[in-house]
Design a protein around this ligand. Structure first.
Ligand code: ADP
Ligand code: MG
Length: 268
């Protein structure tokens, strides 16, 4: 691990930095020496065919599993590794627990706690994990439920909410942990078409009004085009092509990008 710095010293450092990150399952290479930097406040979308490694990128950021090679840094400091005697060594559980607090994630299936109300869902992490006093956690959670347009339903349990409403609560719950980076994995894929807009509008609002760093995997090309600062097209565990959405969608350079985009266009 000597080839990787103990911290990234550029000022400011990228909020997220993948350095030659490799992830394999047996002989299957899922992330192939991936390099990816995301600046603070940047909204980056990941598109690409099924199985190209999109979800794996997010799972590695959530430290749900170990990477096989390379290093991931958050805000200039190593996430997957920690310094020891002047070198980087694989992170221990304590380091992972501390550093993963910087990252929040929203999933395709909202994964709300079914026995808790919307408000309790939002308060649970701040109170139990961050040790924030209940009254303060309640105030903050109510502000966030207001932000996602769910304050009127704060005392409802998830089973009483529509998919779009549950997903908005899930976004508020992720924000309640005050992450530096927010990840979205196909958060509209499980929703009925008529409620997709209420979730994309919340994400739009976060992009325009909040200076959060966001990484979003999506199949909604029009949405990615509208709101992203940059779009990365994944293929075979690598970034095949990336750029400003107007360029990547309007004038893709690589044949694989062109084929993928014309295939999804036909599917719409
Ligand atoms: P995407 O989100 O782009 O559809 P994923 O990142 O979920 O793709 O998966 C990339 C590849 O890794 C796929 O071939 C998938 O089957 C494989 N994969 C993902 N998780 C595992 C796992 N736990 N064990 C074995 N293979 C996996
Ligand atoms: Mg996926």
């Amino acid at each position: 691990m000597t080839k990787y710095p103990l911290k990234i010293i550029s000022d400011p450092p990228p909020m997220v930095s993948f350095k030659k990150v490799r992830k394999t399952y047996g002989s299957l290479v899922v992330l192939d020496d991936l390099d990816l930097d995301i600046a603070a406040g940047e909204m980056v979308s990941i598109i690409g065919p099924s199985g190209s490694g999109k979800t794996t990128v997010l799972r590695m950021l959530m430290t749900l599993e170990q990477i096989n090679d390379g290093v991931i840094y958050i805000d200039g400091k190593p996430l997957t590794h920690m310094p020891k005697n002047g070198k980087l060594v694989p992170a221990n559980q304590r380091h992972l627990r501390e550093r993963r607090a910087d990252i929040g994630m929203c999933f395709q299936h909202f994964n709300l706690f079914p026995h808790m109300t919307a408000l309790e869902n939002c308060m649970e992490g701040p109170v139990q994990v961050l040790g924030i006093p209940k009254a303060e956690a309640r105030d903050r959670s109510e502000e966030l439920l207001e932000l996602v347009g769910m304050i009127a339903k704060k005392d409802q349990h998830p089973s009483r909410l529509s998919g779009g409403q549950q997903q908005r609560v899930a976004i508020a719950r992720a924000l309640a942990m005050r992450p530096k980076v927010l990840l979205f994995d196909e958060v509209t894929s499980a929703l009925d078409p008529e409620v997709i807009g209420e979730v994309t509008n919340v994400i739009r609002k976060l992009v325009s009004e909040h200076n959060l760093t966001m990484l979003m995997v999506t199949h909604q090309m029009g949405f990615a085009r509208d709101i992203s600062d940059r779009v990365c097209f994944f293929y075979g565990g690598k970034i095949e092509e990336q750029g400003h959405p107007a360029e990547l969608f309007g004038n893709p350079q690589k044949e694989r990008t062109q084929k993928f985009l014309s295939a999804v266009k036909e599917a719409i």
